[in-house]
Ligand binder design. Structure first.
Ligand code: SF4
Length: 216
């Protein structure tokens, strides 16, 4: 049974996590991304405006494996960082008025004045991990004035991977067409894929393809 009718956002927004899933091929339906950047089923007026929500994407369970990994990583790196910010949300507005929103697990500034981001993954490796860290590395220097770049790291339970310049370059190249698609008023194609449709926020009224993938 359908309940919430989507409302048009006053300002378009897109989370870094969703962008990284499309860029990595973990998700393939551009329509879902496009629609969610423009509409919301949430009644919170702040979400209608900039998409800002203090709890968006925050790990609220201090006992979760993810929270523990973030805590342990912060503890491990504290000796060479003068600033460590945990799960601090940022947003960046593109020239076309699209809000990019993210919440890196750790943003740090080393004693050598290097801006860093650490993204912690406790559920194993996904193709979007490096894309996500690359997007944070790209957008954070716009937020932290005075820093030309941010170095990115992906932390797993058993290792830490460093982001190289080609990870960043490849991601930014692929990002251009996705931002162009999001900025366009032309609706992109719906790509029906059972698992993806199942977790998609669009309801049966918003997307007729959903009923073909998952009969109501
Ligand atoms: S329900 Fe499926 S086809 Fe429709 S927008 Fe979502 S992912 Fe795309």
């Amino acid at each position: 049974m359908e309940i919430n009718k989507p409302k048009k956002r006053l300002q378009r927004r897109i989370p870094v996590t969703s962008l990284s899933q499309i860029l990595s091929g973990e998700k393939s339906c551009e329509y879902s991304l496009w629609f969610n950047s423009r509409y919301t089923c949430e009644s919170n007026v702040k979400n209608l405006y900039s998409g800002y929500s203090p709890s968006d994407g925050k790990d609220k369970d201090p006992t979760s494996a993810h929270s523990k990994l973030v805590k342990n990583t912060a503890e491990f790196i504290k000796y060479y960082n003068k600033t460590i910010l945990k799960e601090r949300q940022f947003w960046y507005e593109t020239g076309s008025g699209l809000f990019i929103i993210g919440r890196p697990d750790l943003i740090t500034i080393t004693y050598h004045d290097e801006l860093r981001i650490y993204e912690c993954k406790s559920k194993g490796e996904s193709p979007s991990d490096k894309k996500q860290a690359a997007l944070y590395s790209h957008y954070l220097p716009f937020v932290f004035n005075g820093y030309k770049k941010a170095n990115g790291f992906v932390v797993y339970e058993d290792r830490t991977e460093v982001l190289f310049s080609n990870d960043l370059d490849d991601t930014l190249e692929e990002l251009k067409s996705v931002i162009k698609m999001l900025d366009s008023n032309k609706q992109p194609k719906k790509i029906k894929y059972d698992l993806e449709c199942e977790s998609c926020k669009l309801n049966y009224n918003d997307c007729q393809e959903k009923s073909k993938a998952i009969p109501a």
